[in-house]
Design a protein around this ligand. Structure first.
Ligand SMILES: [Ca+2]
Length: 126
């Protein structure tokens, strides 16, 4: 019983320790959780595969406050990053990266500066 509980809790605890989940003040969220999941999916869609859809990347974040952004970050979680978006044939070769780490891989210096500005208030980008 205890072992089952530990096995269940381990992935969550290890993610918390890695700082994947960040605290969100629910009173400052503008939308339902489903919206953040959709935006996180758009962020992934914009960066997954060859190249980056910068328009989609920035447009899908428009109008979000810092707490909304944190909710998007949490919804994104960590996804395997394949260099140059090679097919993930051998998934364990590719490290998990959070949303900010994906930006750092995908964006050029100018875009990164713009993105960093958007995320400034979250304290997630250090
Ligand atoms: Ca890409």
């Amino acid at each position: 019983m205890l072992l089952a509980a530990a096995l269940f809790a381990y992935p969550l605890i290890s993610r918390l320790l890695k700082g994947v989940l960040t605290n969100v003040n629910p009173l400052k969220l503008q939308y339902e959780n489903e919206v953040y999941k959709n935006i996180a999916a758009e962020q992934f869609e914009a960066m997954d595969n060859t190249g980056t859809d910068e328009d989609l990347l920035f447009e899908s974040l428009e109008g979000l406050n810092s707490e909304d952004l944190k909710a998007v970050y949490n919804a994104f979680g960590e996804k395997r990053y394949a260099v140059n978006s090679a097919p993930v044939l051998i998934p364990w070769f590719y490290p998990h990266k959070n949303l900010i780490q994906w930006y750092i891989e995908e964006l050029d210096a100018e875009e990164l500066a713009k993105m960093k500005q958007i995320w400034k208030g979250t304290g997630l980008w250090v």
